[in-house]
Design a protein around this ligand. Sequence first.
Ligand code: BES
Ligand code: MN
Ligand code: ZN
Length: 497
Amino acid sequence: MPDPFAFGFTPFARLRGVLIVFCAENLRFGAATQRVLSSMGDLVRRAGAADRFTGKNGSTLDIVAPSGLSLPRLVVVGTGKESDLKPQDFVKLGGIAMGKVPAAAAEATIFAEFASGALKSDQIAGLMLGARLRAYTFDRYKTKRKEGEERPKKVEVNFACANSSAAEKAWLRQAAIADGVVLARDLINEPANVLYPGEFARRASSLGKLGVNVEVLDVAAMRKLGMGALLGVGQGSVHESKLVIMRWNGGKRGSNPIAFIGKGVCFDTGGISIKPAQGMEDMKGDMAGAACVVGLMHALAARKAKINAIGAIGLVENMPDGKAQRPGDIVKTMSGQTIEIINTDAEGRLVLADVLHYVNKKFKPKFMINLATLTGAIIVALGQEYAGMFSNDDKLVERLTKAGQATGERVWRMPLGPEYDKMIDSKFADMKNTGGRWAGSITAAQLLQRFVGKTPWVHLDIAGTALGSPQTDINKSWSSGWGVRLLERLVEDYYER
Ligand code: BES
Ligand code: MN
Ligand code: ZN
């Protein structure tokens, strides 16, 4: 089912469908908005008074079938004090505006004007990004609709502005990012009977159409490379494990790439150390790290980012089976280090150990950032508001923290250290794959750190932020696509030439 939403531009004079306008505190409107509202006499003022609506940031006023306007509905969205607004607030306001378009509407016009005047093209593009993300739904498996929930086949959302060509240009960039987030959300929401490693690899391969070079390594290729840890996780599944390497070369020829690595456990039953039934369905999203990497590579390529970037995702399914790996098994990683399996449910770190080593060795990246729904313990520590951040590099930490504040996809640094590292020493092998209940997220990160050498590295534990996401103004879906906007911002602000 193709996406019904088409976002475009229109002059202020052409009003179609649901009309959405903005106002500042004390019901102050911009000039173009005022011209339209004047045809209704004092209707808006009276409606505002009746609803105690004054234009506070994020508040809304609904007027159905406004007399004097031949439109089905007028919605006023409050911006509050405009000088307080940061770029991210425009994204949020775009989401709020889109949320006021009823499901049955086929057309909406959003006035890209605030009380203080016309919006800049970047601000308009911010509104549009928020609207696009808010409009996202994952309903491809619903064959029936409740009454009133049917969407028309086509929904046109037009942003009224004076200079549409400048806005269009700004939007093209944001649309690339929006599409990356949507791609990540789709992959995460997709059930595991549909999205197994092979199918995931196929979907990642479609980035080829944007000029991304995509290479898929199968089990035989990984066996040759000696990736015993990744392969051990997947050996109980009927679906073949895959390693997908995506390369976007938009930067200087020959300059070392930056690298993003994702955990792609298409379903995590826990393996022989099987998980309880309660909530296990959420483990279809245990590939959210990989989905974020694919969404990011899409965004970078679609907006032709001036950077050389690698995206690498380890795709496996963790199943209990006669062929599955057991607690007590010892696997040899590509790096040569051995790992004793204590709990087959601590599988993400095993996958990442081999992918991190491979990327580091093969591409000599300037830095590596990995994303993984790695531990339940990070949800206990940080809830769903911050992702856990572990790193050997203060500069990367500072930059990611800033990018997090700017995008609202926030990260919180957690400690690493030799005392924690000791907790994963093993009686029989170089290390074991769990360090016990205490500091569960940290000992997981310590294992990863044993595979990154001296390369600047960040591990983002996104178990809390990527799945079962809280409903926000820009996300109503189970998966938020967390991380795409964060990392896109990091690249844009610090690494493009
Ligand atoms: N995929 C899970 C972590 C997870 C939990 C992600 C909840 C999203 C929501 C991971 O593979 C896992 O099972 N971790 C174990 C590690 C333990 C066995 C050391 C955990 O966190 O319990
Ligand atoms: Mn697990
Ligand atoms: Zn897992």
